[in-house]
Design a protein around this ligand. Structure first.
Ligand SMILES: [Zn+2]
Length: 154
């Protein structure tokens, strides 16, 4: 019974990781590279696991799954079963996120977070708007931490 549960959880984790890899892959290629941004996936000496490094702009772009990184949106809802497991997992995710943000800021880097809900689901942004937000976040906005998330556009 226990083993069954663990297996189930593991495959759920793997599916979530895979989904977020696919999301970032699409956005790395289609949104950034096609528009002439040159990015790297890794840079020595930078803390955290980042999706995109734009050295020229000293900016790191993260694509965050709303469920795993606890976004307060319709995709970030808490599981009803196995609450302790999820609580623990979430606390450690959020703690790690905060540590990474802090170290990046100390090194003089900026951070742009694209939340999953900006890319998929009922609040996702139209592609042209997402592109505009991303580019102005990278090139024009002087804020140190910028978040792009899904909203209802009418
Ligand atoms: Zn979200």
């Amino acid at each position: 019974m226990l083993e069954h549960k663990t297996l189930e959880q593991r495959s759920r984790n793997m599916a979530a990781v895979k989904a977020s890899d696919t999301l970032s892959e699409v956005y790395k290629r289609k949104l950034l590279f096609s528009e002439g941004f040159r990015y790297r996936l890794k840079q020595k000496g930078l803390p955290g696991k980042h999706d995109i490094v734009l050295a020229k702009y000293k900016t790191v772009v993260f694509i965050h799954g709303c469920f795993w990184h606890r976004h307060l949106c319709h995709l970030g809802t808490t599981r009803k079963s196995n609450t302790d497991f999820w609580k623990k997992k979430f606390t450690s995710n959020v703690d790690r996120d905060n540590r990474v943000i802090q170290s990046l800021l100390e090194l003089g880097w900026r951070k742009v977070i694209i939340w999953e809900c900006a890319i998929k689901g009922k609040l996702k942004l139209p592609k042209n708007i997402l592109k505009l937000r991303l580019f102005s976040s990278i090139c024009e906005n002087p804020e140190k931490i910028i978040e792009i998330y899904g909203i209802k556009i009418t």
